[in-house]
Design a protein around this ligand. Sequence first.
Ligand SMILES: NCC(=O)CCC(=O)O
Length: 351
Amino acid sequence: MGDKIRNTAAGLAAAAASDIDEITGHRRMRRTRAADWSRRLTRETRLSVDDLIWPIFVVPGSNVLDPIEAMPGVNRMSVDKAVEAAKMAADLGIPALATFPNVEMHRRDQTGSHALEPENLINETTRAIKKAVPNIGIITDVALDPFTDHGHDGILRDGEIVNDETVRAIAAAAVHQADAGADIISPSDMMDGRIGAIRRALDAAGHHNVSIMSYATKFASACYGPYREAIGTSGLLKGDKRTYYLDPSNANEAIRDAGLDVEEGADMLMVKPGLVYLDICRALKDTFGLPTFAYQVSGEYSMIKAGEAAGYIDGERIMMEKLLAFKRAGCDGVLTYFAPEAARLIAKGQG
Ligand SMILES: NCC(=O)CCC(=O)O
């Protein structure tokens, strides 16, 4: 009787297996997923510390670590603290920092003129970090928004952000940034023709080896709110940036715009924000083949931190999964406020 049941059960199991084999044709996707060793062996995409760029915020003063309320765990730092942060980042193996200044309100004006001062905060930061930590890459943002009293990325005249005058200003600011030691100039303003103008200005000043990472496709996104608190522009901005940032609906236009940057001499491209625009990451990589980066922006950071603080999500796992998604979408690296956290996890083998 027992044998009979066993035979019947074995027979049913064999019949079921052969049914499934008939359906799958013996192709079993789960074989390689079955064990940790084979999952590791067949992994297609990996996140490494070499993929991380850490954006940091600098303020005037010394010994300042000023928490940014909307970005838990992120501080505005005075230059001395930024130097300490750069040392820590270098020790973690992070290849590069991207620096963003929050200057005093009395230095902001209609044209962002303080951006053109050789001794301004962003250039002071570059000089100090390059002196103390020469082997970390410095990427400087060359938009005017931290320096304008209206929070726009360009010069405002009669209600319009004027393109060509802005381009001339940021090309001049880029030369000062390169003079201070910036390795990569990263224009985030989305004015037309800025990449070519910056390239010509850098070359004329002898900075042939300074690269340009274009914020090639920067979308008019709702994800920048916490950043505006971080650099002190949220209370200043009148209107919005839709006359110069890309419309979130437009992928073809984004690719055409990035193509102009490539023609004008961009060395690297960036997509911003990141996660909502993974299709653009893939398209830029496949179309141009340049080193391509995603900026996981402040809102993307803060949403993970808020979800974690509320107990709704596992923040660490989501952070790593999202960073990996940029790599899978074709990016060579990610600008992320999580860089130190992610680097520590990767070092522990949890990446
Ligand atoms: N030009 C740099 C940014 O606009 C960053 C935006 C963000 O992190 O939200």
